[in-house]
Design a protein around this ligand. Structure first.
Ligand SMILES: C[S@@+](CC[C@H](N)C(=O)[O-])C[C@H]1O[C@@H](n2cnc3c(N)ncnc32)[C@H](O)[C@@H]1O
Length: 423
């Protein structure tokens, strides 16, 4: 068994949890015993830039930091093909690796790009101050009523014009993306595109929440709330839509995000799919640290519908592109294709760490638990990987997805990290 080689430093308590109930797995599982957690709260660990936006389903920077520090070297290429808000690529850049992130959701792409482009505050301010904002081409009357629930007319008028100019500069137009052809749908190449992406990332991050620079009425920061619920809740609790100076809020947020400086190494963000990585990456990647969706455990498109509106996308169209399915066959196939691609782009002897949670499915009256990690291990083997190890990581009740709506025994209770190695 390959288990211990090169991985001993992450195993604290061997043999603590061994399961033999799945025939295809010849590996043991070990408890991670929180070895990756930093002093205090893992969520609070890390550079302020990580907090550009809270996004449900993200893993803590300390987790990415752990695997990047232990399994790659300075200058290495570190990839997350499901990059979300860019935790892995940005942490890689901070550790002087080159962080690459791919995600099919536009807000995830923009947030990742905003973090990895090494844009300093002064450069960003010069760019922003040079833009002539003028008046938006969108009439406020044409804004969907669901969007208007969140913003005062004054704030919304500024959001409309700022997003328009920044999207023009980034060149991101939802109706021009060809999802059926081409592997990467969008990338910010020029400095101007990257600067526009930086500010769009910040705007996305302050769009909703309850801090002093949030643009919406007080609501969740980590997901876009349902309009009707928000409307009724605001009425019941007398919540007000704030009038903000949007540009000033963006500048204040940028200032805070850069309060600990910026990374020295620039990474790259791609709007694309984990199942179709660029041809040119063949055997170029040194490490993959990632977390794909777990069946239908979460709806990323709906959870970010307002952010997607901001970027000119309809969440229903984004949802069609994401891997979100209750079908075991379809899910396994999507995981196989992602793992095959990860295997292709990794250098021989290098590793992929895949974080997934167990999910509960209803089958008639019965509830069955599916170990998504088994799917990853199985499909990883088919894709050519050695399955080295599965690490168990308990999720504390307060850190579970939608934790405020759950009982202590509900929600995803455990994450499993599948360690795969290319021969
Ligand atoms: C568990 S989240 C990743 C979170 C990330 N680790 C972070 O810390 O922010 C899974 C991500 O997969 C993205 N996604 C879903 N289907 C995809 C696909 N086929 N290709 C690339 N990304 C996809 C979703 O938009 C979501 O951001």
């Amino acid at each position: 068994m390959l288990v211990k080689k090169g991985l001993t430093n992450i195993i604290e308590d061997e043999d603590i949890f061994e399961y033999k109930d799945s025939e295809h797995l010849y590996t043991s599982s070990y408890s991670l015993k929180n070895t990756w957690r930093k002093e205090g709260s893992a969520r609070n660990f890390g550079h302020p830039m990580h907090s550009m936006a809270s996004r449900s389903g993200s893993f803590p920077p300390a987790l990415a930091d752990y695997f990047i520090s232990n399994f790659s070297r300075v200058g290495d290429l570190v990839l997350d093909p499901y990059s979300g808000k860019g935790t892995t690529p940005f942490q890689a850049c901070l550790l002087d690796r080159v962080g690459f992130g791919i995600d099919v959701a536009p807000e995830a792409y923009v947030l990742t790009g905003a973090k990895v482009s090494c844009i300093n505050h002064e450069e960003a301010i010069d760019y922003l101050n040079a833009i002539k904002f003028g008046i938006s081409n969108t009439n406020i009357k044409d804004v969907p009523p669901d969007v208007k629930v969140f913003f005062s007319t004054k704030t919304l008028a500024q959001i409309l014009v700022i997003r328009e100019r920044l999207l023009e500069d980034l060149g991101l137009e939802s109706d021009k993306l060809d999802y059926d052809n081409g592997k990467v749908f969008h990338i910010a190449k020029t400095r101007r595109e990257q600067l526009a992406q930086y500010w769009l990332g910040i705007l996305t991050g302050i769009l909703h929440g309850s801090s002093s620079y949030s643009l919406s009425l007080p609501c969740s920061h980590s997901f876009s709330m349902a309009p009707n619920y928000t409307k009724n809740y605001a009425k019941k609790h007398g919540l007000k839509k704030p009038d903000r100076n949007v540009k000033i809020c963006m500048i204040q947020k940028s200032f805070y995000l850069q309060s600990a400086g910026i990374a020295r190494v620039q990474g790259k963000a791609y709007l694309g799919k984990a199942q179709e990585l660029p041809d040119s990456w063949e055997e170029k990647i040194d490490l993959v640290v990632t977390s794909p969706p777990y069946f239908t455990a979460q709806s990323y498109a709906w959870d970010n519908w307002l952010r997607e509106w901001l970027l000119g996308f309809d969440f229903k169209n984004v949802r069609k592109q994401t891997t979100q399915t209750a079908s075991y066959e379809k899910y396994s196939n999507a995981m196989y294709l992602f793992l095959k691609e990860s295997h292709r782009v990794l250098k021989p002897g290098k590793r992929a760490f895949v974080v997934v949670g167990d999910v509960t499915k209803k089958s008639g009256d019965e509830k069955i638990v599916i170990r998504t990690s088994d799917v990853i291990a199985n499909e990883g083997k088919k894709a050519g990987f050695d399955v080295e190890l599965i690490i168990n990581d308990d999720i504390p009740p307060t850190k579970r997805y939608n934790s405020s709506f759950l009982q202590a025994n509900q929600g995803l209770t455990i994450d499993r990290i599948v360690c795969l190695k290319k021969k």
